[in-house]
Design a binder for this molecule. Sequence first.
Ligand SMILES: C[S@@+](CC[C@H](N)C(=O)[O-])C[C@H]1O[C@@H](n2cnc3c(N)ncnc32)[C@H](O)[C@@H]1O
Length: 184
Amino acid sequence: MSFLDFGCGQGRIANGIKYLKLPFHSYTGVDTHELSINWCKKWISIYGPAYKFLHLPTYNERYNKQAEKLQKLPFEDNSFDMIFLNSVFSHMVTEDIQFYLDEFSRLMKKGGLLYITGFVEEDVPEMVENPTDYISENHGALFRVRYEKSFFLKQFTDRGFTIKAFNHQGITRTKQSVVMAIKA
Ligand SMILES: C[S@@+](CC[C@H](N)C(=O)[O-])C[C@H]1O[C@@H](n2cnc3c(N)ncnc32)[C@H](O)[C@@H]1O
């Protein structure tokens, strides 16, 4: 099983996979933040060749303002069994999540699982960056990008994913919701 951790940060999911001995034959972490990827290469790549990290500098107003706008992921079609994003779409505007969902649709094997967390609510506008009076005070650009539930889920189904589960504020610490979707 091949696993893509997009927006991997300092690779805490890689540590979980290693610790729990989960049955992935390859783990690939990608992030736009170079220092994080350098840290992962130094401290996590030593787990073995199955753990790979890639710095892909793409523009994000919060995490990388120097980079060019978005760029495609340098992997072949149908490469991954699971694509995982913890707290990444929570810091992206609609245009960006549409770009990446197109990419994930291309990269995911048929039947593969997409796991994404984000700030998702009902009876709110389609997308709001840093909404006031929501969860807690805001701290800078793209601190919290909130989506309306049916609009958010439609982004997945429009790109060939079937929603398997939606868990509202399933991540209790951050109050992010969890979407699990299968590539049809
Ligand atoms: C809140 S952190 C979460 C990190 C990690 N997933 C975790 O749970 O520990 C968001 C991460 O997404 C990354 N990120 C944001 N936009 C990105 C993009 N366009 N391409 C790659 N990484 C991105 C940031 O650099 C940051 O490491």
